[in-house]
Design a protein around this ligand. Sequence first.
Ligand code: SAM
Ligand code: DTB
Ligand code: SF4
Length: 322
Amino acid sequence: MSKLRHDWTLAEARALHDLPLFELLDRAREVHRAHHPTGEVQLCTLLSVKTGGCPEDCAYCPQSSHYDAGVEGSGLLPVEEVVLAARRAKDGGATRFCMGAAWREPKEGPAFDRVLQMIREVKALGIETCVTLGMLTDDQVRRLAEAGLDAYNHNLDTSREHYRSIITTRGYDDRLATLRRVRAAGITVCAGGIIGMGESIDDRMKLLLELARLEPHPESVPVNALVRVPGTPAAEFPPLDPLELVRMIALARLLMPSSKVRLSAGRSDLPREAQLLCLYAGANSIFWGDRLLTTPNPPPDVDGELLRLAGLRPLAPASAAE
Ligand code: SAM
Ligand code: DTB
Ligand code: SF4
């Protein structure tokens, strides 16, 4: 087992990143095998419980009210609808259910109370619960923990330096403060980022260093490839070379050996061989279901075939808890 470190340097990370691909894959695979069962992939299902109309200006996001990406907005879904979707996800093999809301931060009152009820009822189905609601106060994290929430997703998205050119309506330290609160409340941390937004390789490494600096490391590290949604400013960035995603996943695995690295958004445009290389290099999970929040994801029959062809097994429900 490799020792967990919080003091990786940019030079170290960059040297690993720039290794010949097969050398990098060998190293990442070795760390992956030492810390995780091999041949298993966790299936996580996403649901947008409140869509669109978000006041933040994240350049990649189709749900920001600053851009017109043709997303049909909705108010907060009724609890029953969410529970139905979670039951369907569980019956389809998912062991984690992630609920996302297009909020800068949740408002106290009936909406937040309803989210708490969603968490209680989804949790009662026997599936891991994760929510992503924006910035939180101490009181809100406490109430989320009381409701039984397993994980909170809150991404740093990119390096501190590059952040400013992607989002102007909040700062990097706001994100870190929410992550600290989540950790202090005893909820597991899900924090990662997006690549393909015009950042340099060093920016990608700096994002991973920020995450690895957290003590303990986030239990869950989603690595998203930008979904280029027309109407968002980020749609103008050139498409990502799939091997860059493979290298990023390998680095996340090497820097945070015991975290679950999640091959997240962006698989619709990713050749299946590149997806398999990501899983080989250390990814523990994929999103399962034909929708992410507002954009398409490969349908379950296609993903099922991918897993079957590669001889990979979905993580069984009993071992899903972290
Ligand atoms: N509003 C909350 C927030 O930003 O924390 C929660 C929902 S937000 C949609 C969750 C995450 O989705 C973002 O942090 C970002 O990393 C990811 N995301 C959003 N749009 C994306 C896109 N076009 N491509 C890849 N990832 C995206
Ligand atoms: C994460 O890192 N990726 C997911 C989840 N956390 C909430 C969201 C991906 C969203 C992709 C764009 C969309 O479908 O709107
Ligand atoms: Fe709002 Fe989250 Fe989208 Fe940013 S990423 S615009 S905060 S929904």
